[in-house]
Design a protein around this ligand. Structure first.
Ligand SMILES: *Cc1c(COP(=O)(O)O)cnc(C)c1O
Length: 381
């Protein structure tokens, strides 16, 4: 059976009966939230961004942890993520980033969610579908993504302001992350927002909550705290900047990617010629992991990638398959059917780090979290 010894105290019965799981450290999420809260003025609200199922860590349990810590609201990009939060019995504000459409208006109203509006057309579409429309107006300050342009936003705020069926809860923006050759000028974007706010104040249409800082912004630009911030990556332990102005020590939320040996065999001559693929050789012992590229592992596993079995490093043997991946167990003679295999995490004195896995998967740390699949169970510690 799966050798659960390294994490045995935290295994739920449900997870112990599974073959593969992610181990998520809610203590790390709590720690990261407290790090942020400690640096923010009391008056600044935290709308935790839990998009992509809280970066693969599970929107429901992560939201419950953060709500208990005192988070003021949440922001997500899909209805299933919003539902996962409501299913936890959390009735804090939940902002929907652009994504859901007015065709889902019934569900959105029933769950009491707030939608994003970037244009007059969007405003009218939502109003036509709902009896009361709760909105955050979105401004584009130079990201060239969703959001009204600085030139258009005054008209949008004015139009929303006079609708008795529209509750304008806030206005938000997101600093540009475009990989342009000129380093994107955050202060220029901030001044665009300040001009928008001056005009809104002058016309009496300033929404109650103004929000623009995600993780990089909140760590680098304390002046941009405004009424609320909406970081996401920070809670799973990623600072998203190498030049923080606020000194936070973050802990990774993902502690382990765990799978099992679903088959082990010593190969022999009756199998025919040895495949002329790097890593294959006669007399070797091959293990099969119960996880493949359909479970979030990369389509192309590099030849040097390793995993942990019985506290030892062992080489993965590409190519990966939809549901399976081979591993070279020749140097782990004790390995047996059912043994736990860690693709990330610590076993005995060996550790496979997030950085190592991200490199194996051809991505960065946030990309690693984005690869986590919702059908793989999560075990919370
Ligand atoms: C993704 C996103 C965030 C959170 O970004 P992080 O870098 O994960 O903190 C905040 N606001 C908006 C609009 C986003 O799309």
């Amino acid at each position: 059976m799966c050798a659960l010894t390294s994490i045995a105290p935290v295994q739920s019965k449900k997870a112990a009966s599974r073959e593969a799981w992610y181990e998520i450290d809610l203590g790390a999420i709590r720690h990261n939230y407290r790090q942020l809260r400690r640096h923010l003025p009391r008056t600044v609200k935290i709308f935790a961004c839990l998009k992509r199922n809280a970066y693969g860590c599970g929107a429901g349990p992560v939201a419950r942890t953060l709500a208990t810590e005192g988070a003021d609201g949440f922001a997500v990009a899909t209805l299933p993520d919003a539902m996962a939060i409501r299913e936890m019995g959390i009735d804090l504000p939940v902002l929907l980033y652009p994504g859901p459409l007015p065709t889902s208006a019934k569900t959105i109203e029933a769950l009491g969610l707030t939608v994003t509006v970037s244009s007059l057309d969007e405003l009218e579409s939502w109003r036509a579908a709902m009896s009361v429309t709760r909105i955050f107006v979105k401004a584009d300050l130079g990201f060239f993504r969703a959001g009204a342009t600085p030139q258009e936003i005054g008209r949008l705020l004015a139009a929303a302001h006079v609708c008795s069926d529209v509750e304008v809860q806030g206005l938000y923006a997101h600093l540009s992350e475009l990989p342009t050759s000129v380093t994107s000028d955050a202060s220029e974007q901030f001044s665009r927002l300040q001009r928008i706010l001056q005009d809104a104040e002058a016309s009496g249409t300033r929404p109650p909550i103004i929000m623009m800082s995600s993780t990089a912004g909140v760590l680098r630009h304390p002046a941009m705290d405004l009424d609320a911030v909406d970081p996401g990556a920070l809670f799973i332990g990623l600072p998203e900047t190498d030049r923080p102005m606020r000194a936070v020590t973050l802990r990774p939320a993902l502690k382990a990617i765990s799978t099992c040996l679903v088959s082990v065999k010593r190969i022999d001559a009756s199998l025919g010629p040895i495949p002329d693929i790097p890593g294959f050789r006669s007399g070797m012992t091959i293990g099969v992991l119960g996880m493949g590229w359909g479970d979030g592992l990369p389509r192309h596993v590099p030849a040097q990638a390793e995993a942990l079995v019985r506290g030892q490093r062992a080489r993965l043997l590409p190519p990966a398959h939809l549901e399976h991946l081979r591993i070279d167990l020749t140097d782990v003679p004790d390995a047996r059917f059912g043994d736990q295999v860690l693709l990330l995490g610590q076993q005995a004195h060996q550790t496979i780090s997030h950085e190592e896995v991200a490199a194996q998967w051809g991505t960065d740390l946030i990309g690693l979290y984005a690869q986590l699949r919702d059908h793989i169970p999560r075990v919370y510690v």
